[in-house]
Design a binder for this molecule. Structure first.
Ligand code: GCB
Length: 601
């Protein structure tokens, strides 16, 4: 009987996993494929009342803006025209491209026209690196589907709809905040809207490599344990996997569903921040070829230690928002290089990419430059813990993020939440996410940025019940800013109840670059520097501390920060201003990280 039940449970789980894999259907590593960019200028229509979507009875219109209508005769009434409308650059948020859109939250319609010569026996997909927040996508007037979530990729097949001339791709992007969404109404960052990341057409053969996972088996340094997945009618195929620099040439045969496990031994030079070794990896089936650059490393914990390639490591980090030094949402390799180079100048071997998955070029650049990454989803503050749709949404965003970045050596931590209130519904929700992440990727560590509390005025306690399910305990604290004055840190002792690594995932204070005064005066560089000095002295004394990612690398826009002349709608906790100027605290942290480095940490 027990056996029967077990078999049923296994079958059911199999179905669930299969169903979710089907649902995601994301094409892995678009940059490693035959792609045509649709970046550049797109025509847009600003539509605050969603007139292009709803009629005057608030019913969806069959003749919405996605039909891209033109008057056929001079007497025809058509109240919009993409072709004479304004343009915006893609990728790019709309808020920073036009002053009148700075605070805009609502719908904007995007349109791009293109020609496409599709080869026989090929398939075509349109791929979006990310669009904030809700996207409805149409090609030549037909609905392709909807995607929810502002920071993860999605794609649609357009093989049957695409034509040689004058295709029109229309996307309705809506960044209205919602109580039941992820994130919810309340965040401390700018709600940059639009097609914020790359858009491209991906051309593949009828049967193609949809995705693959080529990583070391947990706890090993010479065993690849992964999988490859084909998409297309001819499922039983031989897939070749080559890593020429490691002398690897392997073949696997997929089953009737197109899946095959990939397991082999290889002698590999391991990836680390000091030695960010990447290998060219080529996968091929028939005439489909995907190329990637993959690093191999192991990551584990043992008691309070984090072990990278078997050796204890201290995470010298900084938190980073996806805020471009050019203004607006960062995207592309240039922004990624600038931000990560600044982090390295600070002495970091680690970044916390807050509070949502950043552009794919960021995690690829982290692989190239040798910077470990904490990757996060926007389960932030107080979302609707009891709402099944909210859970499904968070789970989907987590799945898409892991799906996109699972081959990046730089990523060592998946974080499921930031500063969520302790409670049964919340812990159940987050445990569901943690279990899901582990089912998709057994190789990385799970964390969350939690809070702490005082058991008495001198004792900080880290004992969030979520900790039981995490590998690494993340903890935010603002002693010296929201919690007393900087010197308060001197008298505090930390009690961490679990024998796991602790990462202080945030601390800091605001300073306006160039504002000087006594260290007791808020908003001055001197005050911020004082916060860092007292914090560092305090943190040094926590026995299980294995990393930190102070808040934050650069100033970033936030609607919650109105103070005129100082904040002007920026959170000023950056160690670097929004124009790239280093504040005094930058050098305090840099000095500390140099010391740690020379102590071998
Ligand atoms: C926090 C949040 C972060 C905020 C920061 C602040 O605890 O996690 O998103 O921006 O504090 O500056 O208040």
């Amino acid at each position: 009987m027990l056996r029967k039940v077990t078999i049923l449970v296994v079958l059911f789980l199999g179905l669930v996993i299969q169903a979710s894999a089907q649902q995601q259907m994301l094409i892995g590593n678009p940059a490693g494929r035959n792609a045509t960019s649709l970046n550049g200028n797109w025509q847009i229509i600003i539509d605050p009342y969603e007139t292009g979507y709803y009629d005057y009875r608030y019913q969806p219109r069959p003749d919405g803006y996605f039909k891209n209508q033109k008057p056929a005769t001079p007497g025809d009434l058509v109240e919009y025209d993409f072709d004479s409308s304004q343009q915006l650059l893609v990728p790019g948020d709309w808020n920073s491209q036009d002053d009148k859109l700075l605070f805009y939250e609502g719908t904007i319609w995007y349109k791009k026209t293109f020609n496409y010569q599709r080869k026989d026996h090929s398939r075509l997909f349109v791929y979006f690196g990310g669009a904030n927040y809700l996207s409805d996508v149409y090609l030549n007037g037909e609905n392709l589907g909807r995607h929810e979530g502002g920071f993860t990729p999605f794609n649609f097949e357009i093989t049957k709809l695409v034509r040689e001339k004058d295709n029109y791709l229309v996307v309705k992007v809506d960044n209205k905040r919602r109580r039941d969404a992820v994130p919810t109404l309340n965040t401390d960052w700018w709600n940059y809207g639009g097609l914020t990341r790359e858009v491209s057409l991906i051309d593949v053969p009828e049967t193609f490599i949809q995705d693959y996972f080529i990583q070391l088996k947990k706890g090993t340094s010479d065993e690849i344990d992964g999988w490859v997945k084909l998409n297309g009618a001819a499922a039983n195929q031989t897939v070749n996997i080559e890593i020429p620099e490691a002398g690897v040439r392997q073949s696997v045969t997929t089953d009737s569903t197109g899946n095959a496990p990939v397991k082999f031994k290889a002698k590999l030079d391991l990836w680390s921040p000091d030695h960010p070794r990447l290998y060219s990896v080529k996968l091929s089936v028939g005439n489909d070829v995907v190329s990637d650059r993959i690093g191999f490393r192991s990551i584990e914990t043992r008691g309070p230690d984090i072990l990278l390639n078997g050796k204890p490591i201290f995470l010298r980090g900084i938190s980073v928002h996806e805020e471009s030094p050019r203004g607006g949402r960062a995207h592309g390799p240039d922004d990624a290089r600038t931000l990560l180079t600044w982090a390295k100048e600070l002495g970091c071997n680690f970044v916390r990419l807050a509070h949502y998955p950043h552009d794919e070029s960021m995690t690829k650049m982290a692989d190239e430059l040798g910077v470990l990454v904490w990757s996060e989803i926007p389960v932030y503050w107080t979302i609707l813990w009891d709402n099944p749709e909210t859970f499904e949404n968070a789970r989907n965003q987590l799945g898409e993020s892991i799906s996109r970045d699972k081959n990046r050596a730089a990523i060592i931590l998946w974080s499921v939440a930031n500063e969520t209130p302790v409670g049964d519904a919340r812990t159940k929700f987050l445990k569901g996410l943690i279990d899901y992440a582990r089912s998709l990727d057994s190789t990385r560590l799970l964390t969350a940025a939690n809070e702490r509390h005082y058991s008495d005025p001198q004792t900080q306690v880290v004992d969030d019940p979520l900790g039981e399910y995490l590998d690494v305990l993340g903890c935010n604290e603002y002693v010296g800013w929201y919690d007393g004055l900087p010197a308060k840190a001197d008298g505090l002792t930390w009690k961490v109840t679990l024998n796991k690594p602790l990462v202080i995932s945030e601390f800091g204070g605001d300073a306006l670059f160039g504002r000087h005064g006594d260290k007791s005066v808020r908003w001055t560089e001197e005050y911020q520097k004082d916060v860092y000095e007292h914090q560092i002295a305090m943190l040094r004394k926590i026995p299980s501390l294995r990393g930190m990612s102070p808040w934050i690398l650069t100033d970033f826009r936030s609607p919650r920060r109105p103070l005129p002349g100082i904040q002007d709608f920026y959170n000023r906790k950056g160690l670097i201003s929004s124009r790239g100027e280093r504040k005094q605290a930058f050098f305090v942290l840099q000095k500390f990280y140099k010391e740690l480095n020379s102590e071998g940490k």
